[in-house]
Unconditional design. Structure first.
Length: 415
């Protein structure tokens, strides 16, 4: 049980009081929906087998993780964390909300464009034609994480990482009649993008708010080990090229910054949260070095979102930024109550800034499209301060060779 329920620094809860049977019921509900989707897709394949005629590199993008990557997988889930309403998407083409947790394009859209696609691959929950999986699939779910429990009191809040990987396994089956003996090659040359860890660490912070000696070392060790197992599973399913976007400076998000008045009491929570992020990022980097050494042909790039976003916060004038603490949409306030933070979430009736390019943060957690664009370009072609040990451009080019897949690089916008 969170000491400060309602603090809302995390998108979802890292703990669940639901009994095992309730969790199983939630997963059965999701499995039922995905089974219907599977039957629909397989029934349409005969009419949509592509003529294979071109080469592209990478052939596809497969996305896993949280709200930094979600393009609409939560939209049709009744009680999930969502962003499919105004003012989200105000700067997206058509000025429409799609389920992306920002004002326009998110990290996956930007990176997809940099490697030659027009936009993120389609959300898994929105796939309508078999051909769409040939661009890759976005499985990410707002509120999710490495070990986040997505069922709370029998209410499904998000799609767990385990379920996302299971959905990729299902997608791999869908690729077979489209690519036949080229499936393994297609997957091995595709890019796997993962954003995770922020919700786990924020949840740990909430759960240990009043604990003077929180067991962060043990928690980070266990979290890193679990993430290693998840990467191993994706590798076993054919993944070879991975872009891992590390945990940003979570102590700088508006909800955390609202706690700064407590510094007068010797409680520097923003610094504590940033320390958690740095600790996990260091452990993650070590784990990836060890894992890639143990797994033949595994290549990876770490996109240093911690450094990139902090650049903008620490040197705002160089980026045309005037506000580094407040959300552009909604409000966050320190209050003399429990919990000590009041959040007015981004919603149709919430306050919306008119100068979005001058804000670092879109809502109380997520960055604006401009900051995402800046960071994504550094991940793609930046030096080792921003992309370690290689950047995305180098990752894409490693082991390049021809393979036959449809030449259309266009993405499908989440509806």
């Amino acid at each position: 049980k969170n000491n400060y329920p309602g603090l809302h620094i995390v998108e979802g809860s890292t703990r669940s009081d639901a009994v095992e049977e309730e969790c199983r019921a939630g997963h059965q509900q999701m499995a039922k929906f995905m089974t219907i989707l599977y039957l629909f897709l397989t029934s349409s394949m005969a009419a949509s087998i592509p003529v294979v005629h071109a080469e592209r590199n990478p052939p596809g993008i497969f996305v896993f993780g949280d709200s930094l990557s979600d393009v609409g997988n939560n939209n049709n889930m009744l009680d999930a964390f969502k962003a499919n309403f105004p003012h989200y998407g105000v700067d997206f083409p058509g000025h429409r909300p799609t389920g992306r947790f920002t004002n326009g394009y998110n990290f996956i859209d930007m990176i997809a464009q940099l490697v030659g696609f027009s936009i993120s691959p389609q959300a898994y929950a929105s796939i309508g034609r078999a051909m769409e999986v040939l661009r890759g699939v976005n499985f990410a779910s707002g509120g999710s994480g490495i070990a986040v429990k997505c069922v709370v009191d029998n209410v499904i809040k998000c799609i767990t990482m385990e379920e996302q990987i299971l959905n990729f396994r299902r997608t791999r089956v869908l690729l077979q009649p489209l690519l036949h003996n080229r499936v393994t090659h297609f997957i091995s040359k595709s890019i796997f993008i993962i954003t995770c860890g922020s919700n786990d660490l924020n949840g740990f912070f909430n759960d240990n708010f009043l604990n003077p000696t929180p067991p962060i070392d043990e928690y980070v060790s266990n979290l890193t080990s679990k993430f290693r197992d998840q990467l191993q599973e994706l590798y076993n399913l054919g993944g070879r090229k991975f872009l891992i976007i590390n945990v940003p400076a979570i102590g700088m998000i508006p909800t955390a910054r609202a706690l700064e008045p407590l510094k007068s009491l010797g409680l520097d929570f923003p610094k504590l949260l940033n320390g958690y992020a740095q600790m996990f990022n260091a452990a993650e980097e070590t784990m990836l070095k060890e894992l890639s050494s143990a797994l033949p042909e595994m290549k990876y790039s770490i996109g240093n979102s911690y450094r990139a976003v902090l650049d903008v916060i620490e040197h705002p004038e160089e980026h045309g930024i005037k506000n580094v603490t407040s959300p552009c949409c909604g409000e966050v306030r320190f209050v003399t109550a429990v919990p000590p933070v009041e959040v007015i979430h981004c919603a149709p009736d919430a306050w919306l800034c008119s100068n979005r390019s001058e804000f670092v943060f879109w809502d109380n957690i997520h960055p604006t499209q401009g900051v995402i664009d800046y960071a994504s370009n550094l991940f793609y072609s930046g030096g080792r301060d921003y992309a370690e040990p290689i950047n995305v451009k180098q990752l894409v080019e490693m082991g390049s060779s021809g393979w036959g897949v449809p030449g259309n690089r266009g993405g499908v916008e989440a509806m």
